[in-house]
Design a protein around this ligand. Structure first.
Ligand code: XMP
Ligand code: MG
Length: 172
């Protein structure tokens, strides 16, 4: 597998991240926000977006994976528990990409079980073509076609997460 077309360069990504942060700042004002990033794909997105947020922010992560090679398996394993308490807090789930919807559907249910004060979802990319579960998403950066993307945290078999841009993955 090789890197194909660049979909979003680092400049476009930063512009979009700033726009998302602007909306989040408007919506929450000074309310303390608990950001829950889904690892590993969201690690760069979380690191970037929190630096544009102006309210007091707590950051936590959940580790999970649902992808085997480049197909969503529908089997999601959650590897670690949250360190921060969710009860009564304003929670924002931050994810790299929404595809079939299985991942965010399950994570959302798990977090709702912990009685947050409010819960919203922010995704950098939405790939709506293969959606199997409807997920209410509050902030979307880019809508992407049905291609496998890598870079800016997203991977193919753990590679390419370090690319500063987002590109299409192509067979050689
Ligand atoms: P579902 O299908 O559960 O998938 O909505 C969401 C998770 O799958 C990963 N994913 C991708 N990762 N390139 C990637 O590197 C992609 O094109 C892609 N599509 C989905 C993603 O990590 C997300 O957590
Ligand atoms: Mg992910």
């Amino acid at each position: 597998m090789i890197i194909g077309n660049v979909l979003f360069d680092s400049h476009e990504i930063q512009k979009t991240v700033r726009t998302l942060a602007f909306k989040i700042n408007e919506d929450y004002k000074e309310r303390e926000l608990l950001i829950i990033g889904l690892l590993k794909g969201s690690f760069i997105f979380v690191a970037d977006i929190v630096r544009y947020l102006k309210m007091p922010v707590l950051v936590d992560f959940i580790t999970l994976s649902s992808y085997i090679e480049t197909a969503s398996s529908g089997e999601i394993s959650i590897h670690c528990n949250l360190k921060e308490s969710v009860r009564g807090r304003d929670v924002l789930i931050v994810e790299d990409i929404l595809d079939s919807g299985f991942t965010l559907d399950i994570v959302r249910e798990k977090i709702l079980d912990k009685s947050p004060g409010s819960l919203k979802i922010c995704v950098l990319m939405d790939k709506p073509v293969k959606r199997k579960r409807a997920v209410p998403v509050d902030y979307v950066g880019f809508t992407v076609p049905d291609v496998f993307v890598v870079g800016y945290g997203t991977d193919y078999n753990e590679k390419f997460r370090n690319l500063p841009y987002i590109a299409e993955l192509r067979a050689e």
